[in-house]
Design a protein. Structure first.
Length: 325
């Protein structure tokens, strides 16, 4: 639903210019078919927006002139999803490091995000503003990630902002479920996952919790004085914890490409040591050989596997599978 809502909001933004839009041009701007465009226009009409249509080969759409527009009507989960997606696009575009990003998406996302927040009910605006203020962008990855309950995100964000102790159920990687009582600090979006950085009162230490493993968060009403985080910021704390996790595969590869190119393509997941201006030695630590093979494929250059031998076998399997395709 978030994709549909984002597209509908973009359609409304274009129509608010009060110019006449030929159907083909409008569909192309939105990246959808004419049929999908008609459905989105119908959805705007159901929400009370007076969209006029002209039929025929050169048919198109525009908002009725001189008409006051009603507020945007979306449910809570859609609003949170919009805010999260638009903020991620704004931050990713501003960093300029996401390959394939749409030029100008950061500026457009900021404008649309401001419009979304302005028309939200006060109750919902408070939750989304808390999420925006309490999220630390970390700059790894992008795109779709683990499915997150928007209610969990906003409840954690409010507790961070209000310095309110939080209780929730947490499920570990092995499936063990425990009850946690924490002083929440910040949310971090990193590597396509969300993390809550908090001081664990039962274990008397700082922890980061994957938000998709948190269930039933609830504020206790008890306030606390924020403690000093043992890191430069919450994103650095999460990164350090992930770096300490065991990664069973150490990969070494000679790549027929400049080290700088490799750093641009997969630098956050690897180290590239320059051999000369056309070759480099790449080292990757990974949980999965399939992931290492995929990362090397993203580089778009020939490579020679030095270690481990199992990666050579995996690459041969991939080559055969792709060849059959």
């Amino acid at each position: 639903m978030a994709n549909t809502s984002t597209r509908t909001l973009r359609l409304l933004s274009l129509l608010q210019s009060h110019r006449y839009w030929p159907g083909g041009e409008l569909a192309e701007r939105l990246g959808v078919s004419r049929r999908t465009l008609r459905r989105d226009v119908d959805r705007l009409r159901e929400l009370g927006y007076p969209v006029e249509a002209r039929r025929g080969a050169d048919g198109g759409y525009q908002l009725a002139p001189g008409t006051a527009l009603p507020p945007l009507v979306i449910d809570d989960d859609e609003a949170v999803a919009l805010a999260v997606g638009l903020q991620a696009a704004a931050q990713g575009g501003a960093r300029g490091g996401t390959e394939g990003a749409v030029d100008g998406i950061a500026e457009s996302s900021v404008r649309v995000l401001a419009k979304v927040v302005q028309v939200m009910p006060v109750r919902l605006r408070r939750r989304v503003e808390a999420l925006r203020a309490m999220t630390v962008p970390a700059g790894w990855g992008g795109g779709a990630g683990t499915l997150i309950d928007p209610g969990v995100l906003t409840e954690a964000a409010l507790a961070c902002r209000d310095a309110e102790r939080l209780r929730f159920a947490h499920t570990a990687a092995g499936g063990r479920r425990t009850d946690r009582h924490v002083e929440p600090h910040r949310l971090v979006c990193l590597g396509r996952r969300w993390y809550l950085v908090a001081y664990d009162l039962d274990r008397q230490d700082w922890r980061s919790f994957r938000v998709d493993r948190i269930g039933g968060p609830r504020g206790t009403g008890a306030r606390f004085r924020p403690r000093e985080l043992p890191a430069a910021d919450a994103a650095e704390f999460v990164r350090a914890g992930l770096d300490e996790l065991p990664r069973p595969h150490a990969v070494e590869v000679l790549v027929e490409a400049p080290a700088e190119l490799v750093r641009v393509r997969i630098g956050r997941w690897s180290t590239a040591e320059e051999i000369d201006d056309r070759r480099c030695r790449v080292r990757i630590t990974a949980d999965s050989l399939d992931w290492a093979a995929m990362a090397l494929g993203v580089v778009g250059a020939d490579f020679h596997v030095v270690d481990p031998p199992e990666l050579r076998e995996r690459v041969h399997e991939w080559a055969a599978r792709f060849g059959r395709a």
